[in-house]
Write a protein that binds this ligand. Structure first.
Ligand code: F6P
Length: 359
């Protein structure tokens, strides 16, 4: 009998259920009646606290296009994993004990950056682990793309499309704040797909003068509106020079709930234009995965099952040049995939006159 545990950890995204389904179906195909799959609830928390159930084959059906995760998820910060506390005791030891209690041959983990640090830790502690890269941020090192990203691009681009019509009617400037944590992948792709006039990324610090110029030039050219796509992690040129601690203190002293609101105030003062803010927030992670993500998640799920069949543990399944390959967890953990400044898509955007707020 082969026993596999599955858990989804960290922020959810579209395509988690599709990947669970891909893995489950491929395992049933490979092992038939000789497979038992345990669904571990709410991410690492379920593994720490021993909340899991033996899944039925039917649970893997009818979930391809279902958003969220049927297993539930939670955020369990990596930096606290080694901290023994009153509530959860020795978390790492508990996870190892529950893995053994279930009699697992392998643990399949679906998660983002923080999740991969803990996955690597568990692998180093001797558990058999395979992982799948999920996040709307697309910031996992070692894979060209994560599932959830493309669906979130669709949502954010649709928001930018909708904002265009109202911005045109009123002759307004709109700032749309897009998720992505500390990287700009989502804002870059959504910004281009949603024809933003300025795209502000954490990787390219902006100046208010430069963005004001864009608004003024468009206005002079008779264009009634301007749309700015700003990543939630975008930094001004001044902020980019600050240490982490200084940045935290500077942000805490500001009266704005997020970067978009501060930009709106600064640009209103600088240009005199009426400016509105739209923050789609968690809507970007919600709803059905787009067809691209359904295919990608299925490929990742089936590839993870292949690794389990081959007893190849300690790997993340990754996409490189449209081919699925295993990447050692030790190479993935602790690294962030930021947008490279020489990326051709950035040049493409500049070529068609999109500003990155840096000139
Ligand atoms: O990592 C995915 C993500 O949606 C980021 O884009 C965002 O910064 C963060 O999660 C939000 O986290 P939470 O759901 O905990 O508010």
């Amino acid at each position: 009998m082969k026993r596999v545990g599955i858990l989804t950890s960290g922020g959810d995204c579209q395509g988690l259920n599709a990947a669970i389904r891909g893995l489950g179906k491929a395992l049933y195909q490979a092992f038939g009646k000789d497979i038992e799959i345990y669904g571990i609830e709410d991410g690492y928390r379920g593994l720490i606290e021993g909340n899991y159930h033996k899944m039925k084959e039917s649970e893997f059906s009818g979930i391809l296009n279902l958003g969220g995760t049927i297993l539930g998820t939670s955020r369990q910060p990596f930096k606290l994993m080694r901290v023994v506390d009153e509530n959860s005791g020795d978390k790492v030891q508990n996870m190892k004990d529950n893995y053994r209690k279930m009699g697992l041959d392998c643990l399949a983990i679906l998660g983002g950056n923080g999740t991969h640090k803990t996955a690597n830790l568990l692998s180093q502690e001797g558990l058999h682990v395979v992982t799948m890269p999920k996040t709307i941020d697309n910031d996992i090192w070692g894979t060209d793309i994560t599932f959830g990203f493309q669906s979130a691009v669709d949502v954010a681009a649709n928001v930018l499309d909708s904002i265009h019509t109202t911005a045109t009617s009123h002759g307004r400037v709109f700032i749309v704040e897009i998720m992505g944590h500390k990287v700009g992948w989502l804002t870059l792709h959504a910004g281009i797909a949603g024809s933003a006039d300025a795209i502000l990324l954490p990787e390219i610090p902006y100046s208010i003068d430069s963005i004001s110029k864009v608004i003024e030039q468009r206005s002079k050219a008779g264009k009634r509106f301007s749309i700015i796509a700003v990543a939630e992690g975008a930094l001004s040129k001044k902020e980019a020079k600050m240490s982490k601690k200084e940045l935290k203190a500077a942000r805490a002293a500001e009266p704005y709930p997020s970067v978009a609101y501060r930009l709106a105030k600064q640009l209103e003062d600088a240009t005199g234009h009426e400016i509105r803010v739209a923050v789609p927030g968690h809507i970007q992670r919600g709803g059905s995965p787009c067809p691209f993500d359904r295919v990608l998640s299925t490929r990742f799920g089936a590839a993870a099952a292949r690794l389990i069949r081959e007893k190849k543990y300690g790997y993340m399944v990754a996409m490189r040049n449209n081919v699925i390959v295993p990447v050692p967890l030790s190479e993935v953990a602790g690294k962030l995939k930021t947008v490279p400044l020489d990326l051709d898509i950035i040049q493409t955007a500049r070529d068609i006159g999109v500003s990155f707020g840096d000139e």
